[in-house]
Design a protein around this ligand. Sequence first.
Ligand code: 7RM
Length: 653
Amino acid sequence: MAADDMPSDTIDDLLAEDRRFPPSEEIKADTLVAGTFLYDEAAADDEGFWARQAADLVSWDEPWHTILDWQLPYSKWFLGGTLNVAYNCLDRHVEAGLGDRVALHWEGEPGDTRTITYAQLLDEVQRFANVLRSLGVERGDRVNIYLPMIPEAAVAMLACARIGAAHSVVFGGFSSQALADRINDAEAKVLVTADGGHRRGEVFPLKPAADEALESTPSIEHVVVVKRGGNDVTMVEGRDHWYHELMAAADPVCPAEPMDAEQLLFLLYTSGTTGKPKGIMHTSGGYLTHVTYTHKYVFDLHPETDVYWCTADVGWVTGHSYIVYGPLSNGATQVMYEGVPNFPGNDRFWEIVEKYGVTILYTAPTAIRTFMKWGAEEPAKHDLSSLRLLGSVGEPINPEAWMWYHEHIGGGRCPIVDTWWQTETGGIMISPLPGATTTKPGSATFPLPGVSAEVVDDAGQRVERGGGYLTLTRPWPGMLRGIWGDPERYRDTYWSRFEGRYFAGDGAKLDDDGYLWLLGRVDDVMNVSGHRISTTEVESALVSHPAVAEAAVVGATDATTGQAIIAYVITRGGADVGVEELRAHVAAEIGAIAKPKTIYLTPDLPKTRSGKIMRRLLRDVAEGRNLGDTTTLADASVVDELQRRAVDAAGDD
Ligand code: 7RM
């Protein structure tokens, strides 16, 4: 065997996928990017390429004098340039005569709706910017936002951007402790929250949780409370104010002042695997360029006709980049939805798509697999013919989930863009361009024009074929500028594993055609008799069985093989399937070495609140350990149930 035929020992490559989906004639006829011109231009000069995007897509008050200052691991983009991010998202569209264009078709979970045009959004943002100023917020200060999915979340973010304050949005489902930790780390002056929001048919209280946090957040001087849930709240005199009262009294004019391109736009905390959450820092000019560019080209946006819907929460980076900043900067019309996908019925999303004529839908694999579990009859109840493009983000999408999405949501006609990126990258990095890229189900395909990604082995050597670590080799405009208050942790976490490369924990492989396949977090890679097997590939093999909707796979310590593969499987619509049949199916799909030793059928899996499977907890369960940190779990009862089953199964031996 020649050296370059040797299997890479970093991560094995087991799954093969032959299905291919070239761009249809229909999309090619009307796409922004047919062919390779963007790739060619970026390959010739990536800095010049990004500069052209910044000049074409963003409005600047002062032009920059230097495109990039790169002192690894710190980058600054568009130095000397000034802009106002809120101006770019609002004023410039109104000035261009688009004030009456709908910015948000908002739908509350109970079914109430609001339609907000660009002119109205601008008005609301100006007033709220003045409210923040009247509460003492100045350029450079931090404002915490703890809200449900209501338009005021976008208003508060844009109002901060308008006056040069950085926002730190904390997902409304997080606890008072998580909120307090984040407020204290950022030393925020003002908290914007709501009485409560609507979720799964009930009002969930937010202000009471905020009150608890506020007992230990000395930096907060004022609290603004939006009335949404209608639940009872206590207001502290002098500190707490109703949003609607402040807004009614606010000055309607707040001119957008130019900010430095490197002005801090926001902090967003990611919990990471262990330890204290990291305040990821994003700045203005580079970030806005990156999200505007990717939102336009990845979604092939036609803002005059498209109705775009990203189902994420604004509490996550997807909500920041692809609900607030990217779409509004591009003048898009979008849907914003407050609630869960199964209220009042399992077809709520499809009802919304039909009602608003959604053309572009951007959602997560966890949602798609849940829809598979609920069955194809739910989307079939609705006319989804308005859809023309589908997106996926958050986890690897298993090829079978991709096919289901393609067939049952996309009617076989919509391209799918599987978009890989992170809180840290700010915007999409790896994705097809729908009019230009032939897709393969389950592959995020190629780095976008302007992005340089490489797969490397343990020694940091470039891998041309097979599995390894996904690294980024060149700075990009939306990249994080650091971790708030902790420069050392920034260098250690992202820049120390491979010399000169950014690495944030994902495994990936390259196939014979140079397509990238994301293999999940490298901490999750299993070692079975010396084979390095990715959990993603075994999960995809399981999901390719017609009875399986979702699977989570972990490696548990095993005396014989080092680690043994343990799988947790959710069936489609409660289908009945034997465990032996599933083991045989995996062996047939990807090889006997990947056959799970044990498979548990389960109604549910432990997930983070943004829907990512928490394999660490499943490993704890599989190895009979006491559970570690469960605070980021969406539903803690799920692991109790799995533990009970594991104990029952052990008793059966
Ligand atoms: C946008 C977001 C980042 C992590 C990332 C991956 C995983 C995200 C994909 C994906 C495979 C994808 N930000 N991830 N998108 N894995 N294919 N298309 O999710 O900071 O919350 O998470 O999510 O592991 O490192 S995040």
